[in-house]
Design a binder for this molecule. Sequence first.
Ligand code: HEM
Length: 345
Amino acid sequence: MDDVSLSNKRSCPKYLATLGLCKVLNSLPMSSPISTWLKSLIVAVMLMVVVGGATRLTHSGLSMTQWKPMHVLPPIAQQAWEEEFSLYRQTPEYKHINKGMSLHEFKCIYWWEYGHRLLGRFVGFLVLLPLLFLFKNIPNWLRGRIAIVFALGGAQGVIGWWMVKSGLKADPSVSHIRLCVHLVMAFIILSVLARALWRFEGKSFKKVCLKDAALIALIGLTIIYGAYVAGLKAGLIYNTFPLMEGQWLPDEWNFYQPLWKNFINNPATVQWLHRLLAIITTAYSTILWIKHGSAYRLITIKIALQVILGVSTLLLQVPLVVALLHQAWAMVVWIVALKTVWVKK
Ligand code: HEM
């Protein structure tokens, strides 16, 4: 049985057949267990990204100083908490930023990081467990995709720890480049899952033309610069829009030598580039909508909403909920963009 017929056929109970209602039943949209599973994986990965964002924004990411993939339970007894806390007290983040923190305050930041890691394991189980029941109904190509998702998920765990390690040194700040790699990997996993879902649902794909590749490249680059803004805490400076404290381009944009370093490490330049890319992306998508019709309407609206969320995040100086909405909506924008350029109407 091939994947399309598997997802499109449903058996009609006798009583409905007697009433001649099989046609009606078959015309209803159907979700097979496999497509429900793929959708849950997409939602779980998105949730994982949002909890990761909350962990960063609550400054909780460096609270767990060890990486033990096989160790699932959190500290429960008082002594276990004391041990975790004493490990944290040896970190530069505690010594330079959180000195004097109480055990209660430590528990608050610990739970965020613990929740993020636990969710990672949960996603791993969500990949593996349904396989036991669904395996014989899963087409070969999809088994391959699931294996890829599982491998990328494992790599994501390693990247996460590589990122945390960058913040456990004398200067307790996490590398924004590693944070960006971690976020980009999450978007790659989402892309593999979304494409697998559409193929399983029997959608046909088109060849990506140059104008569509340009749209994807612009959105992707804006997302990468968003991760740099987040990692460098560049959302806490220049909290005005459209000008940056009265200037189109802040004076300090070329502070570092050689010049290219500013495009990666200078918070002012990185924030400026994120804004600029977002505006170019919005304008480009609008032009595609005007010139090529309604196929680009949805993606343009999603991008415009993302700009509103981004500007609000900036003007309000990165409040937790708005910043998380901006982060979550970036994933929606990405998936809608992929659907626009990949899937035939
Ligand atoms: C196409 C439009 C846009 C996209 C796709 C986008 C995407 C992103 C992404 C993926 C992040 C990283 C979130 C994280 O990892 O926590 C981010 C952060 C950020 N973006 Fe945007 N963004 C867009 C437009 C804008 C605009 C127009 C502004 C403001 C002028 C803006 C301001 C910010 C700020 C301040 C942050 C850092 C928030 C934080 O520290 O958590 N964004 N953006």
